[in-house]
Design a protein around this ligand. Structure first.
Ligand code: E4P
Length: 223
């Protein structure tokens, strides 16, 4: 399962990219506004693109297909490899179909059910983003939707990539991988938490202390 960073923060993206563990970045209007409500979106997106050569989802804000397609054209003029992120609404599906027919990659966002994922796949979506955490927040089992989508995809031989989104903690990453998600897009904090284990830190401290002791003994012998 590939990992993307779900962020519009340059420092977070720079650090995660430097670790070599992410193959893309997903953004949305809320993440951009969190950085700065007056943010220059084009400039920030191009900064992110320069940091992470791989996938970059950029979301449209129109709610009609023509508006979405106009925005997609503008985003693609910034950089032609952009993935256009489109909300899972009927007008969004229309736009996805048109973009897919032009071989433009799309990421259908705000998916909360297998039927929405199926419709997005049939419209030609490259990625279907299932929002796990927001379902969990309502007391539902968000990962169940990822599992159902995977089952349906395997039964039917469907091709959109399954993207587990709205990730809240490292266990979501584990569950998404077990559920067969192709990608999981994580905020910086759970991604960094997922790299840590107290036994790793304890073990490294012991290795370094033993190595230091060894060096001290060698130094004593020398002289
Ligand atoms: C996905 O691409 C979305 O940007 C994101 O995962 C939304 O997550 P949230 O529920 O934490 O806002």
């Amino acid at each position: 399962m590939e990992l993307y960073l779900d962020s519009a923060n340059i420092e977070e993206i720079r650090h995660a990219a430097s670790l070599g563990i992410i193959s893309g970045v997903t953004t949305n209007p809320s993440l951009l506004a969190k950085e700065d409500p007056k943010i220059d979106v084009r400039k920030r997106i191009l900064e992110i693109h320069a940091l992470v050569g791989g996938h970059l989802s950029v979301e449209v804000v129109s709610t009609d297909a023509d508006g979405m397609l106009r925005e997609a054209d503008e985003i693609l003029s910034w950089f032609p490899e952009a993935t256009i992120k489109i909300p899972m609404i009927p007008e969004g599906l229309k736009a996805v179909r048109k973009l897919s027919d032009q071989d433009v990659e799309t990421n259908v966002t705000l998916i909360f059910s297998p039927t929405q994922a199926l419709a997005a796949n049939n419209a030609g979506a490259t990625y279907v983003s299932v929002f796990v955490g927001r379902l969990d927040d309502l007391g539902a089992d968000g990962m169940e939707v990822v599992r159902d989508v995977r089952d349906i995809w395997d039964t039917q031989g469907l091709s959109s990539l399954i993207l587990a989104a709205s990730i809240r903690h490292p266990l979501h990453i584990v569950e998404a991988a077990k559920a067969g998600a192709d990608i999981s897009t994580c905020p910086y904090k759970p991604l960094m938490q997922s790299l840590q284990h107290p036994l790793t830190d304890k073990g490294l401290a012991a290795f370094l202390a033993d190595y230091k002791k060894m060096q001290e003994e060698i130094a004593k012998l020398k002289g």
